[in-house]
Design a protein around this ligand. Structure first.
Ligand SMILES: [Mg+2]
Length: 250
């Protein structure tokens, strides 16, 4: 495998996405939703099994997140509607005060319970432990669009916050990935150039195209090996497993 960075004196700044890149978002969320499903008695309320409820939630949540990223939906509405719309899909009235109240409580529960989950992506901890003692060669940062009240506690509970020099949260920066201003602001804060950085992320559209637009090299963590959309620009590197990163940056 070819080496990415050759100049030994240059410190490489690794910017990691968090959800689905380091933190096992899907595994952790699944445990959280299952607990929520029991806690709020949703089987009876919606007359449906967890799997059906969760699949519908996932689709609704993805759509609402897209609107949040585009700036057409506020965080507060996203937090409530992802649950009220799902409840509506199973016969509840999304506009009724009870359902809105219930959805708010579910939103709070989700953040609280979610931050107690500690699952990481395969090889994430090993990679961070390999990188951490080599501070002269590598600096580590997190770049995330996730809610700020969730992201830091999540990293603390999972015991990975100690590995990072910077946490770049879209809510603090004022722009969300893939907006290039998010990446510009992060590297300006670090006082480095795009050439000294590399972005590692699982989301082609959000992490990879965003980094590309800011002139930063990218490692696309494509766990499932799904093909890129037709005619889309290739990432600098594509990997299926996190440990492959070591060979790319050695
Ligand atoms: Mg991600």
């Amino acid at each position: 495998m070819s080496r990415l960075f050759f100049v030994p004196a240059m410190r490489l700044h690794l910017l990691f996405d968090l959800d689905r890149t380091l933190w096992d978002f899907d595994g952790n969320a699944d445990r959280t939703y299952r607990a929520m499903f029991e806690e709020f008695g949703l089987r009876n309320l919606c007359n449906v099994d967890y799997e059906v409820f969760h699949e519908r939630y996932r689709v609704i949540n993805d759509t609402l997140w897209e609107a949040y990223r585009n700036g057409t939906l506020s965080k507060e509405l996203l937090s409530v509607r992802r649950f009220s719309y799902t409840l509506e899909a199973f016969g509840c009235d999304a506009e009724s005060p009870e359902i809105i109240r219930l959805s708010k409580r579910m939103g709070e529960y989700y953040v609280e319970e979610g931050t107690r989950q500690t699952g990481l992506m395969p090889g994430a901890r090993e990679l961070l432990e390999w990188l951490h003692p080599q501070k002269d060669k590598y600096s580590l940062s997190v770049i995330t669009n996730g809610f700020s009240e969730a992201q830091l506690p999540k990293m603390k509970t999972a015991g990975i916050d100690k590995y990072f020099d910077y946490f770049f949260l879209s809510e603090d920066i004022g722009y969300m990935k893939p907006d290039r201003r998010f990446f510009d602001a992060a590297i300006a804060k670090m006082g480095v150039t795009p050439e000294q950085c590399i972005v590692i992320g699982d989301d082609y559209k959000v992490d990879i195209l965003g980094a590309m637009s800011a002139g930063i090299s990218q490692i696309y963590y494509n766990l499932s090996g799904a093909p890129l959309p037709e005619g889309s620009p290739k990432p600098t590197y594509e990997i299926r497993e996190l440990r492959e990163i070591i060979n790319l940056i050695l």
